[in-house]
Design a protein around this ligand. Structure first.
Ligand SMILES: Cc1cc2nc3c(=O)[nH]c(=O)nc-3n(C[C@H](O)[C@H](O)[C@H](O)COP(=O)(O)OP(=O)(O)OC[C@H]3O[C@@H](n4cnc5c(N)ncnc54)[C@H](O)[C@@H]3O)c2cc1C
Ligand code: SF4
Length: 445
């Protein structure tokens, strides 16, 4: 170890090998059999269960918890996966504290929900570890569907279509499938190459051919896909990033938070990744929290999140905010960046306090400076490369019902499509529902 958290500027190898390993271990230890039974026993198996209504993929939560309680976790996994084929990843990354667990009657009554996410992980891990794929394909229909984007939306759509007997060509611009599961989700939420293993497991259904390094708009055109296939699904996510619109954005040390996380996720050796001594992350969503926490875990001495609105308005959940604070990240609210200063490389960030008024958010004129040799922009992503022929609404591909775009024969879902929250579980639900609609339109079923 040549560097330490106090080494100025951007530097790699700030920590010992043991510290990297323990910092990037699993966020939650998996439940053992006994812990799972105890947790399942807390469920009241509610009729009209509110947890189920809050799940974007409508998993029958009381049923799968009962199946765990009766010692049949593989059956529980089947219940989960029949609604959400990426139930293993969702068990790790869903903000359950604002979905199923928030409305669990035990949370409402006692402030302590049934740990639905961890139970879901227990069940799906059991099945996947056994190497079992619980679904089989229907007889082939002879129909071919092109799916663009192998993220959660595209994978879920492809799997459901393959299960119904259609042949699917799944195209992705990147070298690996998985989308943000592989390149974006925080490393400590999905350890030991789980994202890749889950894609391999999902592909066991058969009938899906993954073509990596194939980008729509570069290697493929929508016209050609429409001519060659019976239907097209677009699940291309949001590939662009918003500009900071602050002076000095071009200085070295200023970069995009998603790119920073992607480099981290793909790194074979975390000690080779440079991180600042003083890191400032700009933004208020999950990406901001993930970038800040991972900078700290890589050995940055000081990490600050700068968010332009109040704590209550922050898109990251209270759990995520507390996670950041527990790792030593400082959260500064009601402040926006003005300029990055430094001679070529970033050295400090000048910021201005903000206040909300009848005309929206305004600077108060009061400024302050934070040392910053690394500035990470986590201020939202934008749609990139969507075909011109499609109607765009609010910066996303406009869809109605189960993902129908303005063009006949073309569906869209996940982050690139209008409606729904930008979450893994929502993308899975939208991919699945579009597949059902494609199936109905191809077969009249
Ligand atoms: C840093 C970060 C952390 C997050 N953490 C969480 C979390 O903890 N929990 C949670 O629920 N959600 C989280 N999210 C949100 C979640 O990852 C997304 O909502 C989800 O991945 C959307 O799935 P998708 O399939 O629509 O898009 P993506 O996952 O973005 O997948 C789109 C795929 O399309 C490919 N593609 C793009 N353009 C083209 C093209 N022109 N041609 C071919 N292929 C193309 C991409 O390479 C990619 O593989 C996070 C997001 C980010 C950025
Ligand atoms: S709301 Fe809570 S107690 Fe009721 S079924 Fe769901 S997990 Fe069980």
């Amino acid at each position: 170890m040549t560097n330490s958290p106090f080494t100025p500027g951007l530097a790699s190898g700030r920590l010992s090998a043991e510290d990297y390993a323990s910092n990037f271990g699993d966020l939650h230890d998996p439940l053992d059999d006994h812990e799972a039974l105890v947790a399942a026993d807390r469920c009241y198996f509610c009729h009209d269960a509110p947890c189920m209504t809050a799940c974007p993929t409508d998993i029958d939560i009381p049923l799968f918890i009962r199946q765990i309680a009766t010692g049949t976790p593989e059956a529980a996994a089947r219940t989960i996966l029949s609604q959400n084929i990426l139930g293993g990843m969702c068990a790790r990354v869903c903000p359950t504290e604002t979905l199923c667990e928030e409305v669990c009657v035990r949370e409402v009554a006692e402030g302590k929900p049934v740990i639905i996410g961890q139970l879901q992980r227990y069940a799906t891990d059991k099945l996947m570890e056994a190497g079992v794929h619980p679904f089989t394909r229907a007889a082939t229909t002879g129909k071919k569907v092109a799916v663009v984007g192998a993220g959660p939306a595209g994978l879920s759509c492809a799997h459901r279509l393959a299960m119904k007997g259609h042949d699917v060509d799944l195209f992705d611009a990147r070298p690996k499938g998985g989308g943000l599961n592989e390149y974006g989700i925080a490393a400590y939420k999905t350890v030991n190459g789980f994202a890749g293993a889950e894609v391999d497991w999902l592909m066991q259904i058969g009938g899906i051919t993954l073509h990596t390094g194939k980008a729509l708009g570069k290697d493929l055109t929508l016209d050609a896909l429409k001519a060659d296939y019976d239907a097209v699904f677009l699940g291309m996510g949001l590939g662009g990033v918003n500009a900071l619109r602050a002076e000095g954005e071009d200085k070295s040390g200023v970069s995009d938070a998603v790119e920073f996380i992607s480099d981290l996720r793909q790194s074979e050796d975390l000690s080779s990744l440079p991180v600042g001594r003083n890191v400032v992350v700009i933004g208020g969503g999950m990406t901001a929290v993930d970038a800040a926490v991972q900078s700290k875990l890589l050995g940055a001495e000081n990490v600050t999140i700068l968010y332009r609105r109040s704590r209550a308005e922050m898109p990251a959940s209270r759990f995520e905010q507390d996670l950041a604070a527990s790792k030593g990240v400082r959260l500064v609210f009601n402040a926006k960046p003005v300029r990055v200063t430094g001679n070529g490389a970033a050295q400090a960030l000048e910021a201005e306090y903000t206040m909300s008024g009848p005309d929206g958010l305004k600077g108060t004129g009061e400024t302050f400076t934070i040392p910053a040799d690394q500035v990470l922009k986590a201020i939202g992503q934008t749609l990139e490369g969507a075909p011109d022929a499609l109607t765009i609404e609010g910066g996303k591909i406009a869809v109605t019902g189960p993902g129908r775009t303005s063009m006949e024969g073309v569906w869209a879902g996940g982050d690139c499509a209008s409606g729904g929250e930008d979450l893994t579980v929502t993308a899975v639900a939208e991919g699945r529902d579009a597949a059902e609609d494609i199936h109905a339109s191809l077969t009249g079923a």
